[in-house]
Design a protein around this ligand. Sequence first.
Ligand SMILES: Cc1cc2nc3c(=O)[nH]c(=O)nc-3n(C[C@H](O)[C@H](O)[C@H](O)COP(=O)(O)O)c2cc1C
Length: 163
Amino acid sequence: MSANEKQIKEGLKMIGNTVALVTSQQGNLRDATTVAWISRVSNIPPLIMISIAPERFIHKLILESGEFNVAILGEDNEELAIYCGTNTAYEVDKFKEGNIATFKAGVVSAPLINDALVNLECKMVETKRAGDHTIFIGEAIAAHTMRQGRPLMVTDRLCTLEY
Ligand SMILES: Cc1cc2nc3c(=O)[nH]c(=O)nc-3n(C[C@H](O)[C@H](O)[C@H](O)COP(=O)(O)O)c2cc1C
């Protein structure tokens, strides 16, 4: 990596991000993946964008099901973020192995996360390839507030992980 590329990479890390678990399910297959490239993009309708690399297991689930859930994590959920961001559903059932408690969603088939601050059920409305990621834009169609707390932001520790 050139010195310029390194500086760009370091600079990009200064963009603050909330950390979420994105869940999705298609048939018997389900996944919970840590996502920090996430943003609100419209008020009316309420739209959210998430940016996911095509090689992630969850990428296929979202594309095929056309829906996903965004579980905004709390400051006390850092270990869960690391677990779901360093393991892949190609190899493990994260829900079982990671003892992730879930409940059934109102509208989408994806499992919702008990430990999150809030779960936002989304229907996919648009996809756009952006470099080595795919931007999924989803409309929030239901919200489940689980508890009060401050959202988990990308910490120095999370920043050291490659994604
Ligand atoms: C803090 C953190 C943030 C992450 N953010 C993203 C992201 O925004 N988009 C993405 O594609 N991967 C992101 N990742 C990487 C995925 O979570 C990771 O590759 C995961 O193992 C993929 O699991 P899957 O194959 O089951 O989908 C992040 C990882 C961590 C630890």
